[in-house]
Design a protein around this ligand. Structure first.
Ligand SMILES: O=C(Nc1ccccc1)[C@H](C1CCCCC1)n1c(-c2ccc(Cl)cc2)nc2cc(F)c(F)cc21
Length: 232
């Protein structure tokens, strides 16, 4: 049985990433706000665009802490941010949804999101993804590394030096793989399941433009930053 060991460097890398991830937390108030009140489709859409705009700013700050990211070609840094922003938002939404909450709160949150204005057809795949993330019971280091692996996807559109991104992603995947083995010893397939969620995440993210366009209201307004990032 091969002894899995996280090296000192990998330990340091994980700490940098996890601290940055926790520092650049989306204000958890999106869940709190939704639990406090029921909003109209218009108010919910405005809340979404505000949250998503601040999430992109948070993502930019977070990537500055990924060792090696700032050494990438600057245009490639932009391409990686643009290519991963929607996935990072859904991954963050899934993590917010999966957080331990007082009993009954998750059900209320789910109800509020179901009624928020999203059209019916996207509700099921979205919650299937949220629940499949929840079932993994990821520790925060795994969440931070999974978001980092998502950002460092070499085959995003317009990335020129894919090898450089691949090398960085492989470094992160190696730490994540070891962490999964150490955190979930009874489940040798855990790491594979985790990476499988990234496929589901990419599929869900393909719907995001339609999800926004079909939000039950007229005249969908976006911030300039979202127009850039969300292709709307
Ligand atoms: O704000 C949001 N997510 C966000 C979180 C963190 C960072 C950035 C965005 C929105 C809400 C949804 C209800 C109306 C108000 C916005 N949101 C979503 C969601 C995101 C994008 C699309 Cl197209 C559809 C749904 N899934 C969520 C799960 C949660 F547990 C949840 F709490 C909020 C969630």
């Amino acid at each position: 049985k091969e002894k899995v060991e996280i090296t000192k460097e990998q330990q340091a890398l994980m700490k940098i990433i996890t601290d940055a991830y926790n520092r650049h937390q989306i204000p958890q108030d999106v869940a709190k706000k939704l639990l406090q009140d029921q909003y109209s489709a218009e108010e919910n859409f405005l809340l979404l665009t505000e949250m998503a705009t601040s999430q992109v700013q948070v993502l930019v700050e977070f990537t500055k802490n990924i060792p090696g990211f700032l050494s990438l070609d600057r245009e490639d840094q932009i391409a990686l941010l643009k290519g991963s922003a929607v996935e990072a938002m859904f991954l963050r939404s899934a993590q917010v949804f999966s957080r331990k909450m007082p009993s009954g709160h998750t059900e209320v949150l789910e109800e509020r999101i179901r009624k928020s204005g999203i059209s019916e057809e996207f509700i099921t795949p979205m919650f299937n993804f949220y629940k499949s993330i929840g079932e993994l019971h990821m520790v925060q280091e795994e969440q931070a590394l999974l978001t980092t692996v998502t950002i460092l996807t070499p085959d995003r559109p317009y990335v020129k030096d894919q090898q450089a991104v691949e090398r960085l992603q492989e470094t992160m995947l190696d730490v994540l793989r070891k962490l999964c083995v150490l955190q979930h010893p009874q489940e040798p397939q855990y790491f594979a399941r985790l990476l499988g969620r990234l496929t589901e995440l990419r599929t869900l993210s393909h719907y995001h433009t339609e999800m926004l366009a079909s939000w039950r209201m007229n005249d969908h307004k976006f911030t300039p930053l979202l127009c850039e990032i969300w292709d709307v």
